[in-house]
Design a protein around this ligand. Structure first.
Ligand code: ZN
Length: 290
């Protein structure tokens, strides 16, 4: 008895990303394909997203080129693959402000956006610093921060302070302050009354499964991501909290940049060479990947 259908939608990728950026200390271990994805959660009369990707224009395009991003497609094309349009999106949970997660709020005119208040206010502060602090701004488009503030003016922004339960039925928001960013947030979907039927969408608190279980299946450990505005300690404690919320089932913690989701869950490739992974189907809903 699932409340929601859930898909991981790829909208672009980086062909060869340094593994050391993804897994702390993984120097000289080569490169990996890094998909850029957002999550779509449909059910209970709502269509929610976890993160909204970026828009391949202006400074978003500049940042994308810096990171070597390829094969970007707009949400209208990507969402059509599962029978949706950007106007259908009612709620967007922003895990953090990096451009590939928060860089396309303008394409979802009917959505209410949720972000940690600390994430927004601390990026405004960071923007005010002198030029020698610019490393902190890696992956941030100041235009995205301004557009998010403007959502508040339009009455479409919810600034969350810490955890919030049942923001939609069975969907909870969890703060992970001073980790990957100032106010990162992870999202749980309790998809039925069964406590083991919980999904975690972790934003960039984990890039890959190695961040959550290490490299030796016989002897698991947490290894933080390579990029943190906050601390590695806080990242490790956030990993523990995420894994615990799934009753220890690490494979239910979904890192949107993990290329091997396609091997773990039912997936298909679109004609545009984008991957769709289907994690769950609400009762009576047809599969979009078969
Ligand atoms: Zn990030």
């Amino acid at each position: 008895m699932n409340r929601y259908s859930i898909w991981v939608m790829e909208f672009a990728h980086v062909p060869n990303y340094h593994l050391s950026g993804l897994i702390y200390g993984a120097h000289n271990q080569g490169y990996r394909r890094l998909p850029y994805c957002y999550i779509v959660i449909k059910g209970q009369g709502r269509v929610a997203m976890v993160d909204v990707g970026y828009n391949h224009k202006a400074y978003g395009e500049v940042l994308a080129n810096t990171y070597g991003v390829r094969n970007w497609h707009p949400p209208r094309e990507v969402l059509a693959e599962i029978g949706l349009a950007p106007e259908d999106i009612t709620d967007a949970f922003i895990t953090h402000a990096h451009f590939d997660h928060m860089g396309n709020i303008e394409d979802f005119p009917n959505a209410t956006f949720y972000i940690q208040e600390r994430e927004l206010s601390k990026w405004v502060w960071t923007m005010s610093l002198e030029r020698r602090f610019r490393w902190l701004m890696l992956g941030i488009d100041p235009g995205d921060i301004l557009r998010t503030v403007d959502l508040a003016r339009q009455g479409r922004l919810v600034c969350v302070n810490g955890d919030r339960e049942d923001v939609l039925p069975g969907i909870d928001l969890h703060a992970a302050f001073d980790t990957h960013t100032w106010g990162s947030m992870w999202v749980t979907v309790r998809n039925s009354g069964d406590s083991e039927n919980t999904w975690v969408f972790c934003g960039d608190l984990a890039y890959t499964v190695e961040n959550l279980r290490g490299e030796d299946p016989e002897d698991p450990q947490y290894i933080p991501v390579g990029l943190a505005t906050g601390s590695q300690f806080n990242l490790i404690m956030a990993s523990e909290a995420m894994v615990k919320s799934t009753c220890g089932n690490v494979s239910r913690v979904i890192p949107p940049h993990e290329d091997r989701l396609k091997d773990m869950y039912l997936s298909r490739w679109t004609k545009a060479d984008l991957r769709i992974t289907e994690l769950a189907l609400a009762d009576g809903q047809p599969s979009q990947v078969r």
